[in-house]
Design a protein around this ligand. Structure first.
Ligand SMILES: Nc1ncnc2c1ncn2[C@@H]1O[C@H](COP(=O)(O)OP(=O)(O)O)[C@@H](O)[C@H]1O
Ligand SMILES: [Mg+2]
Length: 442
């Protein structure tokens, strides 16, 4: 880079996201606020992580930055100019590999350069360089179906790198890979990055994997859910390479867990609630199986935890990722089987009793908590009790829920209540006819 470019570069940040808001229209015509007041800056040479739960708007934010969608409020500025469409110099690696099956590795990588109007020889040269760099040497003429998941994602990386992007956006690039493959690819990436061999200015990495974020990033931004906001920023000033078991790395992982569990969930109106938002019939629920719920209660009740566990420790013991563990822990909290906060989960009296009980007693305890703390379950039961037929179609409740949430969330919420109600024998559900009944219970 020449001096003039360098000066210009130090004046304008590579990327600036200014008070971005994004809403989508729900089926009932209301707006669903997905991102609210999001600010971020990306400087040359840094890897910034965006960490948040599923549904917190991370992918939406990347799409806005990539110019694939437009914000409802605020602006994205790249090198000082507003982004108003796909910007050359910003490229993206996706979770799914998004390769064209009928093109070879070389063909897929060359696609990345198509918009740049380079001479064919130059396109070929740069593509082969990218392929070589990312460890695919010798696979140029292979087709995606002949490659393992890890190799396919290497193609995804090569296609993004080949344009020599100023900004590389990565949307959960390792999460479709098995653990070992993900680790290898992460380490290879960090190795190349550390040696300055990647033709990239800066990286924005979206992940729900806390360990991965702490291993890879210089700085983490933590997102809240409903709507997505940046609720905290954590600098990570540790040298590379970072060993997962290094106490300093563990301490940071713990701190991120605390940040991600200390925050109360926010109300639908976007107001920051002081306590967990009051649960109503219209509260969206995550579909967590009763097996997982019982499994977590058991794990926390047993030695060495005895009713209280550090979430990162229990996630590791259960071979679960944070993103999978949080909904389970939160559902236990919703049912008052546990309290979650400060990076810990503590079983309540009901949780401890559940752990000690046999199947039938567990079911009736679960039924009691379900009816007491999940208003939608109590509502379904009341409707069934009141009707002489003791039957009600699913659509009746679906319509009701769709006044409060998107169709997809309403479906998921009903699925959750159906599986919990069945387990607790509070009501039955006929999948074929799509009706709730009281056939089995009582
Ligand atoms: N095109 C769209 N239309 C309607 N809703 C959308 C659209 N894209 C995303 N959403 C909703 O926005 C929320 C955030 O989605 P997303 O950005 O994919 O979250 P994340 O990547 O953090 O899991 C979700 O509730 C999702 O259903
Ligand atoms: Mg996503």
């Amino acid at each position: 880079m020449n001096d003039a470019a360098q000066t210009a570069d130090s004046l304008a940040p590579l990327l600036e996201v200014q008070s971005i808001g994004k809403s989508f229209l729900k089926p009932d015509g209301d707006a669903l606020l997905v991102l609210d007041g999001v600010n971020l800056k990306l400087k040359r040479g840094e890897i910034v992580g965006l960490l948040g739960r599923s549904g917190s708007g991370k992918s939406t934010l990347l799409r806005l930055i990539a110019g694939l969608d437009t914000p409802s409020h605020g602006a994205v500025r790249y090198l000082g100019a507003p982004v108003e469409g796909p910007a050359p110099g910003i490229s993206m690696v996706f979770q799914g590999f998004a390769l064209f099956p009928w093109l070879t590795v070389l063909g897929n990588v060359q696609l990345g350069l198509e918009a740049m109007r380079l001479a064919p020889a130059e396109i070929r040269k740069r593509s082969l360089q990218a392929i070589d760099l990312i460890g695919l040497d010798g696979y140029e003429s292979a087709y995606p179906r002949e490659l393992s998941g890890g190799m396919r994602q290497r193609v995804g990386f090569a296609r993004a790198l080949v344009v020599h992007p100023n900004i590389l956006l990565m949307d959960e690039p390792f999460s479709a890979l098995d653990v070992l493959t993900a680790e290898t690819l992460r380490n290879d990436f960090l190795d190349l990055w550390g040696r300055g061999e990647l033709p990239i200015g800066a990286v924005l990495l979206v992940t729900h994997n806390i360990e991965e974020a702490v291993q890879m990033c210089d700085r983490l931004l933590i997102f809240s859910t409903h709507p997505g906001r940046v609720v905290s920023e954590i600098p990570i000033d540790l040298p590379q390479p970072r060993e997962p078991l290094d106490p300093l790395v563990r301490a940071l992982v713990d701190r991120v867990y605390v940040e991600m569990t200390a925050r109360p969930r926010q109300g639908r109106d976007g107001a920051r609630a002081e306590r967990p938002t009051l649960v109503s019939i219209g509260t969206a629920l995550e579909h967590v199986s009763t097996n997982l719920l019982a499994g977590l209660i058991e794990a926390v009740s047993e030695p060495p935890y005895e009713g209280r566990a550090d979430l990162p420790a229990i996630a590791q013991a259960l071979h679960m990722e944070a993103d999978d563990l949080f909904p389970v822990a939160e559902t236990l909290q919703l049912l008052h089987f546990a309290e979650v906060g400060g990076g810990d989960i503590r079983l309540t009296e009901a949780g401890l009793t559940f752990a000690r009980s046999e199947t039938d007693e567990r079911k009736s305890l679960f039924a009691r908590q379900l009816l007491a703390y999940v208003p939608l379950a109590a509502h379904v039961r009341r409707v069934l009790d009141e009707r002489s037929s003791h039957r009600a179609p699913k659509s009746r409740f679906l319509d009701e829920l769709e006044d409060h949430m998107a169709e997809e969330a309403a479906e998921q919420t009903l699925r959750a209540v159906i599986s919990w109600g069945r387990y607790a024998e509070v009501f039955a559900y006929d999948d074929q006819r799509q009706v709730f009944t009281l056939e089995n219970p009582q």
